[in-house]
Design a protein around this ligand. Structure first.
Ligand code: PHE
Length: 457
């Protein structure tokens, strides 16, 4: 076996790191989740709050995670344990490991759907669609087949595991670098088609003209959860990726670049979705199936639509893959570093766990419509996992990371980590203020309200 240091690997370059971290951040969170959550929560007002949270909470937490990761060169459990030995802080890392599997389980289901839709387009299964209703029917039929959903989940997790087994830079970097820019260009093409549809204006208004009276505390909780989910924060993904980052790089500009691209893609995805959705008279609060219904309806209205359709679903699958890789990498890095498992065994076991945990999610979107978690919750299993791991776990994790960076490890030590090799952090006072006061207080207020009013979902 190689020594621990060698086995961990390193990013080929700064741009390699940014591309890989952006690959983790950019995924279904931006294109599947952001539009439907925004649609369910009032559109533009949600977008407005979302952007505020990205800047005031997401960016400072990302800088903290990167510093912790690079400083310790470890997975989240090892990282907290190294800075604060013999303390409960290790549990924060443990929560991250668990959350990685939890998110992977339902994320893999939707990622499987994107592969399924890619294949459907190649088979010509979507070419008869001309209306939103038809697109809806195709989606309902698609999700009604449990074997298909479970099979696609399996395929997706199989590919994810195969790449994670191959190690860091070889797998992730090479893929992301080529394909993310293509995704960006395709989204722009689709956005242009969408905003030029008849009746698109109403959608633009819904998406971009905030009605601030729509702001509510549950909506704040969703916007915060979405911001953290989209940026891959709160579970140590960025700690893990930061641990492969070299000391010479500027953490702050790297974080800024990742946050910028991730937000750009999310906003762009909304620009594809909402104008088309309104132009075709669909319901913006249509829920988790939104992309799978809206996109095919747009393809129907474009010359060469199926060609773009195949392209977008293929790239969406790839974008999802660079995210699932990062989700699986957290538990794998933990078992490799802390438990001295070999990478193959760790990857295999974690992949299988996510698959088994994902099965109820895979059948809950159609096959077994009433498959809810608890009899009194009118709630699908996937929605439940999505809220539990994709919102609350990340929110609590980010709160703890902010407290850790701001108070336990401390501002001075974080700044020392950032300001190495002549790097100066221009906004360090602002960052310190945000991480010590704004992030933890805002999160406690929002979560406190949610708990008191029992407005969890
Ligand atoms: N950020 C990813 C996305 O938007 C999902 C993710 C969440 C990945 C948490 C890693 C950690 O698709």
């Amino acid at each position: 076996m190689l020594t621990a240091e060698k086995e961990r690997g390193n990013w080929g370059s700064k741009i390699g790191f940014i591309v890989a971290a952006a690959g983790s951040a950019i995924g279904l969170g931006n294109i599947w989740r952001f539009p439907y959550v925004a649609g369910e929560n009032g559109g533009a007002a949600f977008v407005f709050i979302y952007i505020i949270f990205v800047i005031l909470i997401g960016l400072p937490v990302m800088i903290s995670e990167l510093s912790i990761g690079r400083h310790t060169q470890k997975n989240p459990v090892g990282a907290f344990g190294k800075i604060a030995p013999k303390s409960f802080w290790k549990i924060v890392g443990g929560l991250g490991v668990l959350t990685g599997i939890g998110i992977l389980s339902f994320y893999g289901v939707i990622a499987g759907f994107t592969v399924g839709y890619f294949i459907k387009i190649l088979l010509g299964d979507l070419s008869h669609i001309t209306t939103g209703d038809q697109a809806n029917e195709v989606f309902n039929q698609f999700t009604a087949n449990p074997y298909l959903s479970i099979g696609l989940l399996f395929i997706f997790l199989f590919f994810t595991s195969a790449i994670v087994m191959g190690g860091v830079s070889a797998g992730i970097e090479r893929w992301s670098k080529i394909l993310m820019p293509v995704l960006f260009v395709l989204l722009i093409v689709l956005a242009v088609r969408s905003v030029t549809l008849n009746g698109a204006m109403k959608g633009l208004e819904f998406y971009l003209k905030p009605d601030l009276s729509k702001i509510s505390i549950p909506m704040l909780a969703r916007a915060l959860g979405q911001a953290l989910f989209s940026l891959s924060l709160g579970m140590g993904t960025i700690i893990t990726y930061g641990s492969y980052l070299s000391r010479r790089e500027n953490l702050v500009t790297s974080a800024g670049a990742v946050v910028f691209f991730d937000t750009l893609i999310a906003i762009l995805a909304g620009l594809v979705m909402f104008p088309a959705l309104f132009a075709m008279g669909m319901d913006p609060a249509g829920g988790a199936g939104l992309v799978f219904v809206v996109l095919p309806s747009i393809f129907a209205k474009m010359p060469g639509g199926m060609f773009f359709g195949a392209g977008i679903f293929l790239l969406l699958s790839v974008a999802a893959l660079t995210s699932t890789i990062s989700l699986l990498e957290v538990p794998v890095a933990y078992f490799v570093d802390e438990r001295k498992w070999d990478r193959k065994k760790a990857t295999l076991l974690m992949g299988i766990s996510a698959f088994i945990l994902g099965i109820p999610s895979a059948i809950s979107l159609g096959a077994v419509k009433s498959f809810s978690v608890l009899p009194f919750l009118d709630f699908g299993f996937l929605d439940f996992m999505n809220a539990l791991f994709g919102n609350y776990s990340l929110t609590i994790g980010s709160f703890l990371i902010a407290v850790f960076a701001g108070y336990k490890w401390g501002i001075k030590n974080v700044l020392n980590e950032i300001e190495q090799d002549g790097v100066t952090f221009l906004y360090k006072n602002i960052w310190s203020f945000l991480i010590r006061y704004i992030c933890p207080v805002a999160i406690v207020l929002i979560l406190g309200y949610i708990i008191i009013t029992r407005n969890y979902f």
